[in-house]
Design a protein around this ligand. Structure first.
Ligand SMILES: [Zn+2]
Length: 220
């Protein structure tokens, strides 16, 4: 209940001065994982990490790098329940969508799911909240197509190998959505290695999705 009161207050009294997002994620970067590259590169450039890695996602993109006010806003929204930040995070995700994906047709935005236990502790799923804000503005429906079937320990302090182990078997298709032939955008607040978004993509691709990409507010 408190969550919704705070969310409503956030709509009525949005942050007086919006946090200024900085810096944007822009080319040159790896075509697959968007790792920024210091020198100009061809549009088809793929970083060394991605060359030896099997991805289910065809691309990962973010609106910003996870620094300064962007990092503060993400943490404030997720862990300190600062609901007035939701519209800003939603707008930043919308900005990322417009810059990276708007020229293509997408069937749905799919938020990264939270385990029901964590969702009830936190009171909301930050990815779904941000995606629903952005989805309305870019005219793409938001579908909570995936669910967590196993609680995982928080990914933040784990290495990539540990993240993969942690994720194995933790995600599944939810009910009521058939991804067959669909083009989908996985949405989250932030990505580090992309392991979580890629695990989501693997489930959706196995269930028949035509293409799955990822979009986050920020990239570490
Ligand atoms: Zn890469």
């Amino acid at each position: 209940m408190r969550v919704w009161i705070e969310a409503a207050l956030g709509l009525i009294f949005p942050a007086a001065r919006p946090p200024r997002p900085w810096p944007r994620l822009e080319r040159p970067f790896c075509e697959r994982c968007a790792e920024p590259f210091p020198r100009p590169v061809a549009d088809s450039f793929v970083c060394a990490n991605c060359r030896d890695r099997e991805w289910s996602l065809s691309r990962l993109r973010a609106a910003y790098l996870e620094r300064g006010s962007v990092r503060e806003a993400i943490l404030g929204f997720k862990y300190r329940r600062q609901f007035h930040l939701r519209p800003w995070l939603g707008r930043w995700l919308e900005d990322g969508f417009r810059r990276h994906y708007a020229t293509e047709r997408w069937d749905a935005l799919v938020p990264v799911p939270l385990h029901p236990e964590r969702r009830s502790q936190r009171g909301f799923n930050q990815s779904a909240e941000i995606a629903s804000w952005a989805g309305k503005r870019v005219g793409v429906p938001v579908v909570e197509a995936l669910c967590r079937v196993k609680a995982t320990s928080p990914q933040a302090r784990l290495s990539r190998a540990e993240r993969l182990r942690n994720l194995r078997g933790s995600l599944a298709m939810g009910r009521g959505f058939d991804p067959q032939g669909r083009r989908l955008v996985i949405c989250d607040d932030v990505f580090t290695t992309g392991a979580t978004a890629d695990a989501c993509a693997r489930i959706l691709r196995r269930a028949g999705a035509e293409e799955v990409v990822a979009l986050t507010v920020a990239r570490r």
